[in-house]
Every structure is written in structure tokens, then in C-alpha cells.
Design a protein around this ligand. Structure first.
Ligand code: NOJ
Length: 756
């Protein structure tokens, strides 16, 4: 009965969508019949008058172009009044009154800034992640925007790459869940809603695999690797109904993604059924000249033919497509298709009904940077911190006694927000010093000393400070600063050292070959350690860092990433135990840059190093172990969780059966807390080689002190599918291992067989 009911609902929904599509097609066909070729090409042009610029070129005479019908969308301006002004030019003064689409990099919040995406993914909490995107959409739309250039779902195995901060880490399964949550958060249930924005999944594709971790660099990999590791999150975003896709800067199989027909048409549209539009990245069309693909006319024609619909900033489409049409290098229907897809996006966003629907000074006043949003930012941030070390339960701290609060990020509003927070107001962010005062109250004596600069390297500081002075050098010498911090430390019960990166040490064009703490900070830590006081490090970082010395010498390390507007309050909540940290790494921390690329779901090789001596002729290094410093999935709690009684309900399952995996988790420590129970599998033999572990499921559970819970997972053959050498997504009968644990390393295991 229930089945029939669902079927009827599905049929009704299908019929309704068909009717809506017909209405939309009729409207757009009518409009396109009135459009000149120039006006159609104009729709394919995305410009920016400035603002958050990420390249050398900025669009000129934007108002004039809007008036002439030469602009389809605009990015870089915000605020209901400013956006309205631009929209009015299009709607009132252009010949056909076609509204513009307003986009922006809304990446981890709009004005209320949330934890950076890499940190958010460490919550392993898709509901919270969706909520952050929902709030971002509410704020961005009230500010006049229709379109967020997010989520960034590029898998990466390389912490040298600065943009690793913008994604969800290394795992295709977790990355796919995060991608879906963010698309749902931005787009809501209905794109015409005034508080929904269209999402734009990026950067399609494989951008996170840039060679040597150097931004914009070449990518080259097998199809099998693409499908296994890199493509699933983009696919998940498409399946979740993402309205647009941004092509990446890199090449794929020797052809830049922006002009790669296999990628943009064969895979994205034909195989995955994507129905929205594809926009290039910033000047990615004209950059194909430097890639060696031809002149502006040639690369623009190549991109259009490949399936690119909108050209961001290059104006290659605007200035050359008409000529290419006359010379039969592109066809009218290729231009029509692209134009139609952009008009469809505007239609779906309700812009033809009311082009001003998202520009609401009233909503902007009440819904942007509201107390409620800030409260959520604090709550969400708390769930993202990863406790990397906590010897002898030095954390949580007591709200009494004396702490020495030191380090260049302890009282530093400039660097709480992290990369890509273009609309965030850093002056309104909460520092760690303020947060500690707010949370600990008057019973705690705080002695603050900066102790060091983020970096003392002037050439490096100049590179980082391109947008604004994030690294400010103190007029004092390093020795004077250290002396002050050591003096404070020697009078304190405990030292809290707030160390790490400046916001723009990660993000676009911020790759690093050395991912240690800068030497100015290491020097400070070394002197602090000599005081013999317990030292807790709060780490600000947009990437995994090599923290061997810190791990060996400090008592506790709490990774807080860049927690956003409410960073200081959220960090203090965790420091004093008002919140018990529960984050788990979505990315591996190496011991050495020499281990990169390092990721948990690697292949085994024919000569794996298995710990059996002698290691000669095994796959390893002479000078460093194969193991990471902190593995994927790792993260401690103030309490302890023990795992026991792993059991499978069957030894064998067929392709149509389900396997139940059960275990008991007990909170054996002194605090209530949340744990993320992780399930991995290994396919012991396949027609192609398989990873040593793959995350398949996880569950978050909350346990009171002393409480035990039985956790149960269901696995079916569908969970065991992979791409074979024909790129078919199959499962193959054979032996499997299943692993369950608190991270990818410390697992309990069992075996089962999959039959036909
Ligand atoms: C370049 C970046 O790669 C992309 O992520 C961003 O959305 C655009 N610039 C627009 O700012």
C-alpha cells in the first residue's frame, strides 16, 4: 500500500516537473526568438567590476556593457542597493530587459563566517554542514545574490596545495556527502525562494591533483584513478541537483578542463545527466592561450564546442564567437544551447518573475550577521575542532588559576576568518583572548604575551599580505618578544600557545613547499618548553602541517583550523570543557613533505612494508616511516571510547543480501562525549587493484560517561562497487575485510565473502 502511495507521489511529481519544464521552454523559446546573435552571446558573458579579484584582468565599462545586452551575469558586488542599481540597468535600459545573474564566492558563510570547509568536513556532520550553507544562502540572498561559487569539492592528497583549505579533504565518500549537504543547503527545496541561491560545484575537475601541490599546475592521471578517487563528489553534487558547475584551471588528458569535451559534455551531460550550465573559472578561457591551445578566437570556440556555457572575465566569447560563427568554427545551435541554459538558470531562480526578489534591505538588516547566525557559527565551529594530542588530560582547563596566553594568533582579529571570506568583516571576529575572557569569567587570571610574529621573513610576509596586512611585524626583536612570553609562562599554571598560519597562507595561489610552523613560532615554542610548564597549542591552519616536534614536546594540541567569526568563543568552549571536542580528520597529516601524496586509501603495492624486519626491498623510505603523523579519521576526545564485540550476522552474503555489522562502543572516560564510529572495507582481490581501506559508513553517537551503545551498520553489494578497467561500476564476488574503529588506523577487523 505504502509502495503504491510513493509511486503515485513520484508520478505526480514527474508530471508536475514536466509541465513546469514545458512552461519554461515555451517562455525561453519566445524570448530567444526575439534575441539577436549579439544578445545571445552577451548572455554567455560573466564580468566583475572588481571587488574580490583573483586574476590580473578586471572587466571594463561594465555599466555600458549591461546596457548593450553584453552581460549575462555579474560577480563581485554585494548589498541590496548596489545590486539593485546594476539590475536596474539591465532590466530598464537593455533592449530585452533580461535580468542579470549575481554571483559571488560565498564559500564558508557570507557575512557570518563559518569554519573553513576543510575544518567543517572534520565535523563529519552533514546536517551541520548543510545548516552552514543554508545560513550562508539566507545572508547572501538578502544581500542581493542569486548564485554562490560553492561547494568546492576537489579531493586532494597534497597539503602543499593552498586550496586544500576549501575542500572536504581526501575521501571520496565523505566528500560526496559533504557536497550533497552543501548543495541542499544553498539551494533549499525551491530555487525560486527568496532565500535560496544557486550552487556552483567546482572546480570540475581534478583541480586538487595539481602536480607538486603548486596551484594551477598540470594534472595527469588515469581514468581509473579519476573515477575511484576524484570524481565522486562532483557526481554527488550533480545528483543533488546542483544548478551550475565551474570548470577547473587544470588540464585533463592534455586538454584544459575548460575546453575538454569529454569532461563537459560526454561525462557531465551525457553520462551524469547534468542539466544546468557550466561557467569557466576566472579567465580560464583566455588562459588556454598560455596552455598552448591557440589564440583567443580558437580557445573560445574550443570551449564553446566542448560544452562551456559562460565565460568568466576573459570576454573571449563576447569578442570572438560571432566571427567564429561566420567562419563556421562554431554553430548557431552551440551558441543557442549555451544561451538557453543560462536563461533557464535565471528562470529557475525566479528572476523573470521578479528580478529584484533577492535584494531585500529589510531582510539584509534583520538576517545578515544576526545574533542567531553567530550563535550557529559558534555551535558549528565547536564540532569541527580536532584534538590531536592530550597527554595526562591536560585539557580541559580549569576556569581558575593563571594561564599564560601566548602566540601570534592569540589576540589577532585579522586571522580568525580564514581564506575565502570575501564578505566577512574581520574586525568583528572574536579572538581567542576575548573568547577565553567570555567563557572563563573572572576566576581566571590571564597573562597575555604575543611571543612571536606569525613569520619574520619579510619577503614571505609581502607575498601573504597581498589583500591586507595579515602578518603584522611587531617593532620588538624576536628575543624581546620571546622573553616576555617566557616570563608570563613561568608565572602561569599552564601555557596556551595560539600558533599557526595567517588566513592567506592557504587558499588560492598559496601553495607552500614547507608546511612546518614558521621558524619564528618554533623558536618561541622551544623556549616555552624549557620552562617545564604544561603547554597546550591551539593550531590555526588551512592545511595539514608537519608537527613532529610539536607532537613530541607539547602536552596537548587542539586543531581549530580557521573557525570564523566566532572562533575565539568556540575555541574557549572547547578549551574549558564547555564542549568536548569531537572532530575527526578528513585529511591525513604527514610527518614529512617527502611523504606527499599521502592518503589512507592507497593501494598496497607488490612489496608493502608490513613492519617485518628487515625492510630492505620493501616499499618504504630510508629516512622516515610510511605512517602519517595523524591518520585519516583521527581525533581524540576528553573522554575515552572503547570498541568491543565486533560481529557480523553472516559469514557470506550474496549480491542481493545485506550484512549487518555490529559492535559495542563504551564511554569509559570521565566526560560525556560524541564519537564518530567509522566503518571501512577492503576488497581482498579484484580485477583491478583495490585500496587497502575504503570508508563506507560512519555514525555519530553521543554517550554519557559510563554509557555503552550497540552500533549497527548494514552493508550490501552496492557498497562494494568500484570502477573496473572498462569503467563499469561493479562489485565482484570474493573475500572482503571489514574494519571498524575510531579512525582509519586503530580498527578491529572481521571477514566475509561476497558471492554472486
Ligand atoms: C578563481 C577561483 O579559482 C574560483 O574558485 C572562484 O570562484 C573564482 N576565482 C571567482 O572569484
Amino acid at each position: 500500500m505504502k509502495k503504491y502511495f510513493i509511486l503515485i507521489l513520484m508520478i505526480c511529481a514527474f508530471v508536475h516537473t514536466q509541465a513546469q519544464n514545458e512552461k519554461m521552454n515555451e517562455f525561453i523559446t519566445g524570448l530567444m526568438n526575439k534575441m539577436t546573435m549579439d544578445e545571445k552571446i552577451g548572455q554567455l558573458n560573466l564580468v566583475t567590476p572588481g571587488g574580490a579579484v583573483t586574476g590580473a584582468v578586471v572587466s571594463k565599462d561594465v555599466d555600458g556593457k549591461i546596457r548593450n545586452g553584453q552581460v549575462g551575469g555579474l560577480f563581485g558586488i554585494t548589498g541590496p542597493d548596489r545590486v539593485r542599481q546594476a539590475q536596474e540597468i539591465a532590466v530598464k535600459n537593455s533592449r530585452l530587459h533580461i535580468p542579470l545573474l549575481f554571483g559571488l564566492d560565498v564559500i564558508h558563510g557570507h557575512k557570518t563566517i563559518f569554519q573553513i570547509p576543510l575544518g567543517l568536513s572534520c565535523s563529519w556532520d552533514t546536517a551541520l554542514i548543510e545548516k552552514s550553507a543554508r545560513i550562508a544562502a539566507t545572508e547572501a540572498s538578502a544581500d542581493g545574490l542569486d548564485w554562490a561559487f560553492s561547494p568546492m569539492v576537489d579531493i586532494s592528497h597534497d597539503p602543499r596545495w593552498g586550496r586544500i583549505a576549501e575542500g572536504a579533504g581526501e575521501d571520496p565518500y565523505l566528500g560526496s556527502l559533504v557536497a550533497r549537504a552543501m548543495v541542499k543547503g544553498y539551494q533549499g527545496n525551491d530555487l525560486t525562494q527568496n532565500n535560496s541561491v544557486m550552487a556552483c560545484v567546482k572546480h570540475f575537475a581534478l583541480y586538487g591533483a595539481a602536480e607538486a601541490g603548486r596551484d594551477y599546475n598540470t594534472v595527469d592521471m588515469s581514468r581509473l584513478r579519476m573515477f575511484q578517487y576524484y570524481l565522486p563528489p562532483y557526481r554527488a553534487a550533480v545528483d543533488a541537483g546542483v544548478g551550475s558547475v565551474m570548470s577547473s584551471f587544470n588540464e585533463i588528458d592534455g586538454i584544459p578542463a575548460t575546453a575538454n569535451k569529454w569532461l563537459l559534455t560526454e561525462l557531465l551531460r551525457n553520462q551524469w545527466g547534468f542539466k544546468g550550465f557550466v561557467v569557466s573559472d576566472y579567465t580560464a578561457v583566455s588562459e588556454m592561450i598560455a596552455h598552448g591551445m591557440g589564440n583567443l578566437q580558437e580557445v573560445s570556440a574550443l570551449a564553446l564546442r566542448a560544452g562551456l556555457d559562460m565565460d568568466m572575465v576573459s570576454e573571449g566569447f563576447l569578442t570572438t564567437l560571432k566571427k567564429s560563427l561566420a567562419e563556421a568554427r562554431v554553430t548557431q545551435s552551440q551558441i543557442d544551447d549555451a544561451c538557453r541554459r543560462i536563461l533557464e538558470a535565471k528562470y529557475k531562480l525566479g528572476l523573470f518573475d521578479n528580478p529584484y526578489r533577492r535584494m531585500s534591505p529589510e531582510r539584509a538588516k534583520s538576517e545578515i550577521f544576526s545574533d542567531a547566525n553567530r550563535k550557529q557559527a559558534r555551535e558549528i565551529a565547536r564540532h569541527t575542532f580536532v584534538l590531536l594530542k592530550n597527554d595526562h588530560q591536560v585539557l580541559p582547563l580549569k576556569k581558575t588559576g593563571t594561564i599564560a596566553l601566548v602566540g601570534p594568533l592569540a589576540n589577532n582579529k585579522d586571522n580568525m576568518l580564514g581564506t575565502w571570506s570575501v564578505s566577512g568583516d574581520w574586525t568583528k571576529s572574536i579572538t581567542v583572548l576575548d573568547g577565553i575572557k567570555n567563557v572563563a569569567g573572572s576566576g581566571l587570571n590571564i597573562m597575555y604575551a604575543k611571543g612571536s610574529n606569525i613569520s619574520d621573513d619579510t619577503a614571505f610576509i609581502k607575498r601573504v599580505n597581498v589583500f591586507r596586512p595579515e602578518i603584522v611585524r611587531d617593532p620588538r626583536t624576536p628575543e624581546e618578544m620571546i622573553r616576555e612570553a617566557v616570563a608570563a609562562a613561568s608565572k602561569a599554571d599552564v601555557v596556551v600557545a595560539v600558533m599557526g598560519e595567517a588566513s592567506d597562507m592557504t587558499g588560492e595561489s598559496s601553495s607552500m613547499a614547507d608546511i612546518n610552523l614558521p621558524s619564528s613560532q618554533e623558536n618561541l615554542l622551544k623556549e616555552l618548553v624549557r620552562t617545564g610548564k604544561p603547554i597546550v597549542m591551539i593550531l590555526f591552519n588551512g592545511r595539514p602541517m608537519t608537527l613532529n616536534w610539536e607532537n613530541d614536546h607539547l602536552n596537548a594540541i587542539l586543531d581549530s583550523w580557521f573557525a570564523g567569526t566566532e572562533a575565539g568563543n568556540a575555541i574557549a568552549d572547547a578549551l574549558f570543557g564547555d564542549y568536548n571536542p569531537s572532530g575527526k580528520l578528513s585529511i591525513t597529516f604527514p610527518r614529512s613533505v617527502g611523504q606527499i601524496p599521502i592518503y589512507y586509501n592507497h593501494k598496497n603495492t607488490g612489496r608493502p612494508y608490513d613492519g617485518v624486519e628487515p625492510p630492505k626491498f620493501k616499499s618504504d623510505y630510508l629516512d622516515v616511516s610510511n605512517d602519517p603523523l595523524y591518520p585519516f579519521g583521527y581525533g581524540l576526545s576528553y573522554t575515552q571510547f572503547s570498541y568491543s564485540d565486533l560481529s557480523l550476522d553472516k559469514k557470506q552474503i550474496s549480491g542481493s543480501q545485506a550484512l549487518t555489522v555490529k559492535l559495542t562502543v563504551t564511554n569509559s572516560g570521565q566526560f560525556a562525549g560524541e564519537e564518530t564510529v567509522q566503518l571501512y572495507t577492503r576488497d581482498m582481490a579484484g580485477s583491478v587493484t583495490r585500496p587497502v581501506k575504503e570508508l563506507k559508513k560512519f555514525q555519530k553517537i553521543y554517550l554519557q560517561k559510563g554509557e555503552s551503545k550497540e552500533v549497527s551498520f548494514t552493508l550490501t553489494a552496492d557498497d562494494l562497487r568500484f570502477y573496473n578497467s572498462d569503467l563499469n561500476f561493479v562489485y565482484e564476488p570474493g573475500d572482503f575485510k571489514v574494519f571498524v574503529g575510531p579512525n582509519s588506523r586503530d580498527v578491529k577487523e572481521a571477514e566475509f565473502v561476497l558471492t554472486k
